[in-house]
Design a protein. Structure first.
Length: 181
């Protein structure tokens, strides 16, 4: 597999993480430097690790992954998105009740957005891909795109104000539903 194909796969796998990061930037108004560091690191690490895991363990888990990954993604992102919508409607202007991005939420987002990368790793086994350069590319491309997405999300959140939380929740649920299809 060439550099161009690796880059395209890296960009494709990063898109769910990019969408969630943009949503995070839009919704969570209290982001600190640690969030700007943790998001690209966690999303990049999981996007890189999952295909590596799929590459080495894919034949064992591939049937289970095919059967249940969509529902797992939907449950995780649906719960987070539903909570965001509820909080956006119930606590519009109460600053103390605004959502805060926590490490557990970020961890579950990273897992949910990288499950499809496991399946790609299984395919890499059949393709006889040089796995370490490929997963490194996936991780780095994801991290770079996530940084850009957070910044774009911040600008969109400034424009949308209190509606950003509701829109962010809807986006996460749509990504979860897309995982079911």
């Amino acid at each position: 597999m060439g550099i161009g194909e690796t880059l395209l796969i890296s960009i494709g796998l990063a898109m769910d993480a990019v969408a969630v990061s943009m949503t995070n930037g839009m919704v969570y108004r209290d982001l600190k430097v640690r969030h700007y560091i943790a998001m690209p690191l966690l999303f990049g690490a999981f996007q890189g690790f999952m295909p590596l895991l799929g590459f080495y363990a894919g034949s064992i888990f591939s049937e289970l992954l095919d059967r249940y990954s969509g529902i797992v993604i939907l449950i995780i992102l649906g719960l987070i998105g539903g909570k965001m919508i509820y909080e956006g409607i119930a606590h519009k202007d109460d600053e103390e009740l605004k959502p805060h991005l926590t490490l557990p939420v970020l961890f579950f987002q990273s897992v949910a957005t990288s499950i499809d990368a496991f399946a790609v790793g299984v395919a890499f086994t059949a393709m006889k891909v040089a796995i370490l350069p490929t997963v490194s590319s996936i991780a780095v491309v994801t991290a770079v795109l996530v940084i850009a997405a957070i910044l774009i999300g911040r600008k969109a959140g400034d424009l949308l104000g209190s509606k950003a939380e509701i829109l962010g929740g809807v986006i996460l649920i749509i990504i979860g539903i897309k995982g079911m299809v």
